[in-house]
Write a protein that binds this ligand. Sequence first.
Ligand SMILES: Nc1ncnc2c1ncn2[C@@H]1O[C@H](COP(=O)(O)OP(=O)(O)OP(=O)(O)O)[C@@H](O)[C@H]1O
Ligand SMILES: [Mg+2]
Length: 257
Amino acid sequence: MSTPLLELTGVTRTFGRTTQALRGVDLRVEAGRGVGIVGESGAGKSTLLRLLLALDSPTSGTVTYRGEPLDRRDRSAVRRFRRDVQVVFQDPRSSLDPRQRVGSIVAEPLRSLRVEGDHRARVREVLASVGLDADVVDRYPAQFSGGQRQRIAIARALAPRPSVLVADEPVSALDVSVRRQVVDLLARLRDEHGLTLVLVSHDIAIVGQLCERTVVLHDGVVVEEGATREVLTAPREPYTQRLLAAVPRLPDATPAG
Ligand SMILES: Nc1ncnc2c1ncn2[C@@H]1O[C@H](COP(=O)(O)OP(=O)(O)OP(=O)(O)O)[C@@H](O)[C@H]1O
Ligand SMILES: [Mg+2]
């Protein structure tokens, strides 16, 4: 097996004395094999993503990036990591600075990660790839709909050409009518840019469309994991079966992988 892009081994994360958000989680994120993470509220999904993004550290266990633990004191290593592993959060209202123009928002990772090249050209290019016109650069986030704002957040994440895009409920704050468009956009970007997606979603149909593998988290433990098609159509665990029965579905989704 090749070295995974990201890997958690025996990871626990405890908050305070009593909350065990993750209890002995193993997870591999391999290039080109998107991973969907599903589970009820409080299962530990966001905690897991924060560890993958090096925004938090495990209480025990290890997190590696391309086979090595990330040394947070090594600033150029951290910059390389941040460039390679980007994130889109749930709510573009809170993730986009309302006082900045779109052009500056999308260029932000290029500036902070000191990416070389023509930033303005790159901003226009990524805006086009998410379906926004070049003239949006002079406008502010409030002038856009929720779906458009999420496109801006996706453009910002793609600007530094990451290999991995981590997304925590990327469409659940959006109107139902625009969710499918944003899911279709993510699918297209995944194919065009060879992105590896790590996606948390309550909506298993979205995981079905976007991710080759699915991991089911329950109470901080991975209770089931496998090819998405198998987990979605023939879940082994009663917990997964209940989860599948309970979740809403997008119309017309076809399972991937
Ligand atoms: N910073 C924190 N301080 C204390 N407890 C936390 C913290 N972050 C998460 N937790 C707790 O850890 C557990 C897992 O939370 P987490 O946010 O990872 O769940 P989740 O699966 O993302 O849930 P949701 O679907 O509601 O987003 C919960 O019991 C939560 O209250
Ligand atoms: Mg969460």
